[in-house]
Every structure is written in C-alpha cells, then in structure tokens.
Design a protein around this ligand. Structure first.
Ligand code: C2G
Length: 137
C-alpha cells in the first residue's frame, strides 16, 4: 500500500486540477488531499477563494481518484501532515518545484508538470470579461 499526499486550493475545479490529482493517484494506492483553508488563502494570496473550504472539500472528495481529504491550515505544517497521514510520497505540481525538497527525509517528493493554459485566476478574469461583454446579465 503506497499512500500519496498532495495539497492545493482547488477553487473553481478545472482540468488542470483533475489531471494533477489523477496522475498523483496513479503513483500509489491511496490519495489524500489537503485542501487549503479560506484563511490560508486570504493570508498567502490576498484573496478569498470563490468556493468556501467546505464546498471545495466536498467537490474534491467526490472525485473517484481521491480517497481522503482534510483541511490544510498552514503551508508550513506539511511535515506534520505527512507524518499524521503516514504518507509515502508528497506530490505537487511543478509550479512548486524544489519548494518541498526539505521533506525528502520524511517521504518521497515528486513534482508533476502542470497543465498549460488553465488556472483559477485565468477563469475568474475570463468569467468577469464575459459579464462585461453581455452587460452583466
Ligand atoms: N495545477 C496543475 N495545472 C494547472 C493548475 C494547477 O497541475 N493548470 C496543480 C497545481 O500545481 C497544484 C494543484 O493543481 O499541485 C492545486 O492547484 P491550486 O489549487 O492552485 O493549489 P495551490 O494554490 O498551488 O496550493 O500547499 C499548497 C497550497 O495548498 C496552495
């Protein structure tokens, strides 16, 4: 049994998220996802997610490739989460390349290529542009 852990906000779930989660799941037998809290996003990114922590957790939990979800309250607590969930490997998109190498003494650390051309930030601006074109209806 190989347990994989990964972390993310997963706001406005899109194919980039789903592909990352499917590829992470395929590296083991059990996928655990730390979904970052609204407070964590506000403090680190300066904006609240569109969907709340509870909604984002419900959406991620409903994916067939996901076995378990929990709230990620702190970016710095990854070592504790890895130990608590008995993870054998930490998987992240390569926008985080090198950032979690300090956990290599706790578990394997794997960075996977991101999907090009899609992001939550892009979706938010693209949706608001459409609203402007249609007069906000
Ligand atoms: N991702 C991807 N391709 C994209 C967008 C995202 O592969 N086009 C991946 C990211 O690399 C990440 C996961 O999907 O591994 C979740 O992305 P975000 O929701 O943007 O999460 P993020 O804000 O990077 O995580 O400890 C990390 C924090 O929880 C924040």
């Amino acid at each position: 049994m190989k347990r994989i852990i990964t972390f993310g906000t997963y706001d406005l779930l899109h194919v980039g998220h789903v592909r990352l989660l499917k590829r992470a799941a395929a590296l083991g037998n059990h996928l655990i996802v730390g979904v970052s809290s609204d407070e964590l996003n506000i403090s680190k990114k300066g904006r609240a997610p569109v969907y709340s922590t509870t909604e984002r957790m419900e959406i991620v939990r409903s994916l067939a490739c996901v076995d378990d979800v929990f709230v990620e309250h702190s970016l710095e607590a990854k070592g504790d989460y890895i130990l608590e969930h008995k993870a054998d490997a930490l998987v992240m998109g390569d926008d985080w390349e090198g950032r979690f190498d300090m956990f290599k003494d706790l578990c394997e650390v794997i960075y996977l290529p991101r999907t090009e051309g899609i992001s939550t930030t892009y979706l938010i601006s693209s949706i608001s542009d459409r609203k402007a074109v249609t007069g906000g209806i």
